[in-house]
Design a protein around this ligand. Structure first.
Ligand SMILES: C[S@@+](CC[C@H](N)C(=O)[O-])C[C@H]1O[C@@H](n2cnc3c(N)ncnc32)[C@H](O)[C@@H]1O
Length: 292
C-alpha cells in the first residue's frame, strides 16, 4: 500500500461529500425504502404490543432520512403511542442536517428526539460507566458497522439491550455484491486501519452464528452508476472512486497500477452490468433482523 493513501473517514468533509455523491448516483435509499414499505411493517408488528411508549435507538443515523422512514412505520402501526427516538451519531454536521429534516417534516408529534454526538463504543462506555442499562424496543444500524472496531463485542452489547419483543435491524453490503468482491480482492491493498473494516453480510452472519444470536437475512438488489469513474478528471467520478475504495482522494494518491487493475475489474460482469451506455455497479444490500 502506498503510504500516502489514507482512509476516507479520516477526512469527514470528504467522506460526507463522497457519501452524498454515492446516494445521488445509486438506488441505495430507494432500495431501503422498498424494504421499509414491504418488509418492515411485518417485522415490527408485535414490537409495541402492551407498551405505553416505544423506545428506538438509531446508531449512525446520519442525516436521518431512513430514520424518519422507520418512524413513520411505527407511527402507522401504533398510532398515538409516544415514541422516544435516540440517535448515536459522531458527526456534528450530520446531526445538524438531521435536526433540520425533523424541523421541516410534519406528523412527528408524539416523537421525542434525543441526539448524542458520539460513536457506538462511546455510547457503550457511557452506559456501562453509569450502570444505567436502558432497554430498547428497536435498534438499527444502517450502513455503519464498517466503522466499528470490535464488531462481535458491539453486537453482543446491543443485543443485551433488547426489551421484550424487541428487534435489531442491520443494513450493510451484501456478501454477494460488488463491494464484497472488490474488498476481498483489494482490501489488503487499500488503507487498512481501524477506521474502516471491509465487512459484508457474509462476515456478519458468521459473527452472529459464533455468538449464537438468531437472525433473518434478506438481500435486495441495488445499483450504483459508476460511469463517471471512467472519465478522467471527472469530479463526481473522483468522489465515487473514494467511496468505492474508502480512500481519501484515491485517484490522486493510489499507485497507478492499482487504479488500472480496479478499473478493469469494475467493468467485469461479477461487479457491474452495462445498461443504456451506463456502468452499474452491484451495490446490493443485506437486511439482517435480530431477535432477543
Ligand atoms: C454511510 S453513513 C450512513 C448514514 C445513514 N444511516 C444512512 O444510511 O443514510 C455512516 C454513518 O455512520 C456514522 N458513523 C461512523 N462511525 C460511527 C461509529 N463508530 N458509531 C456510530 N456511527 C458512526 C457516520 O458519521 C455516518 O453518519
Amino acid at each position: 500500500m502506498a503510504s500516502s493513501m489514507r482512509s476516507l473517514l479520516s477526512d469527514h468533509r470528504r467522506y460526507f461529500e463522497a457519501f452524498r455523491s454515492f446516494l445521488s448516483n445509486s438506488t441505495e435509499h430507494q432500495c431501503m425504502q422498498e424494504f421499509m414499505d414491504k418488509q418492515l411493517p411485518g417485522i415490527i408488528a408485535r414490537i409495541g404490543d402492551a407498551k405505553s411508549e416505544i423506545k428506538i435507538l438509531s446508531i449512525g443515523g446520519g442525516a436521518g432520512e431512513m430514520d424518519l422512514q422507520i418512524l413513520s412505520k411505527f407511527r402507522a402501526r401504533y398510532p398515538g403511542v409516544p415514541i422516544i427516538n435516540e440517535v448515536i451519531e459522531p458527526s456534528a454536521e450530520q446531526i445538524t442536517k438531521y435536526k433540520e429534516l425533523v424541523a421541516k417534516t410534519s406528523n412527528l408529534e408524539n416523537i421525542k428526539f434525543v441526539w448524542h454526538k458520539e460513536t457506538s463504543s462511546e455510547y457503550q462506555n457511557r452506559v456501562m460507566e453509569k450502570k444505567e442499562i436502558q432497554k430498547w424496543d428497536f435498534i438499527h444500524m444502517i450502513q455503519m458497522l464498517y466503522y466499528v472496531k470490535d464488531i462481535p463485542a458491539t453486537l453482543k452489547f446491543f443485543h443485551s439491550l433488547l426489551a421484550t419483543n424487541a428487534k435489531i435491524l442491520i443494513i450493510l453490503a451484501s456478501g454477494n455484491s460488488g463491494w464484497g468482491k472488490l474488498w476481498k480482492k483489494y482490501g489488503p491493498r487499500l488503507p487498512r486501519n481501524d477506521l474502516c473494516l471491509y465487512i459484508t453480510s457474509s462476515h456478519l452472519t458468521q459473527i452472529l452464528d459464533n455468538l449464537g444470536i438468531k437472525y433473518e437475512c434478506y438481500d435486495l438488489l441495488s445499483t450504483m452508476d459508476i460511469t463517471d469513474c471512467f472519465i478522467e478528471g471527472n469530479e463526481n467520478g473522483e468522489l465515487l472512486w473514494d467511496f468505492l475504495t474508502e480512500t481519501c482522494n484515491f485517484t490522486a494518491t493510489a499507485p497507478p497500477g492499482l487504479k488500472a487493475e480496479i478499473m478493469k475489474d469494475l467493468q467485469e460482469p461479477e461487479l457491474s452490468i452495462r445498461k443504456e451506455g451506463k456502468v452499474l455497479f452491484n451495490s446490493s444490500m443485506s437486511f439482517i433482523v435480530i431477535e432477543p
